[in-house]
Write a protein that binds this ligand. Structure first.
Ligand code: SAM
Length: 232
């Protein structure tokens, strides 16, 4: 049954009981047909995995008594994926889904100087994050932030060390991350502007190459995270 890990919002968890609501409750009751007495697993997105026994069930609410709790500490090395907004919805969603699978601590989408403006459906992205979180069996649910410029990114992540994927960088080998908190920066389809590259240099960003080919923005985003898969 560990194949299905439900999401229980921390607000719906007390010392010995948890509640699944909305889509999670509907999924447990209608699709997977859980019954009273069945055991389920639920994660709160804050490092805790609960084994619990269903005590009441309806389409809207599943109540379960907590039998066991397993806690995973926060990663010591955090990787925040920051990328310039991608106009095409399917490509943007692909980047977000893969970022969750590949272990981004947070995801930040910003309006880059060369981003083509388009409306982002934040609610839809949130549900993509949640299903990728469950599917990849992560314990910490990444938050998604939306910021207006690279300047705002640096202000928001003041204590983070920037690493920029830059098509003109000449290093060939991915290095390991030497800081606890890292901002992995990827440009939009139109690339970073000179102003943004200068700003990143002023912030002492490490410039890295992702190989000799020019990658699409969403490929670059997941390649960036793949460089540091075992860094946690
Ligand atoms: N015309 C743009 C340029 O020359 O900068 C291309 C941008 S590329 C489609 C989108 C982003 O992916 C870039 O801003 C960069 O962050 C990243 N990227 C793509 N290929 C890369 C590579 N080979 N090395 C480093 N970064 C790369």
């Amino acid at each position: 049954m560990m194949d299905n890990v439900f999401f229980a919002h921390p607000e719906h968890i007390s010392a010995n009981r948890l509640e699944l609501v909305d889509q999670e409750a509907a999924h447990a009751s209608k699709v997977l047909r859980f019954n009273v007495g069945d055991e389920l697993y639920a994660s709160d997105g804050k490092g805790n995995l609960y084994k619990a026994q269903v005590s009441s069930i309806s389409k809207k609410s599943v109540l379960a008594n907590i039998l066991e709790t397993n806690s995973e500490p926060e990663p010591t090395i955090k990787k925040v994926l920051v990328f310039g907004a991608i106009k095409k919805r399917d490509r943007l969603e692909f980047a977000v889904e893969k970022a969750v699978e590949l272990g981004a601590w947070e995801i930040c989408i910003f309006n880059a100087d060369h981003s083509e403006r388009s409306r982002i459906n934040e609610e839809r992205l949130q549900s993509i994050v949640l299903s990728a979180f469950k599917q990849s069996k992560r314990r910490w649910l990444p938050e998604v932030h939306y910021l207006n410029s690279l300047d705002d990114v640096f202000d928001h992540y003041l204590t983070y060390h920037p690493v920029m994927a830059h098509v003109e960088a000449d290093n060939r080998q991915a290095e390991s991350l030497s800081y606890d908190k890292n901002l992995l920066l990827v440009g939009p389809e139109g690339g970073f502007s000179d102003r943004e590259v200068e700003l990143a240099k002023k912030k002492h960003a490490q410039m890295i190459s992702l190989g000799k080919n020019r990658l699409r923005a969403e490929t670059a985003a997941l390649t960036m995270l793949s460089q540091f898969l075992f860094t946690e």
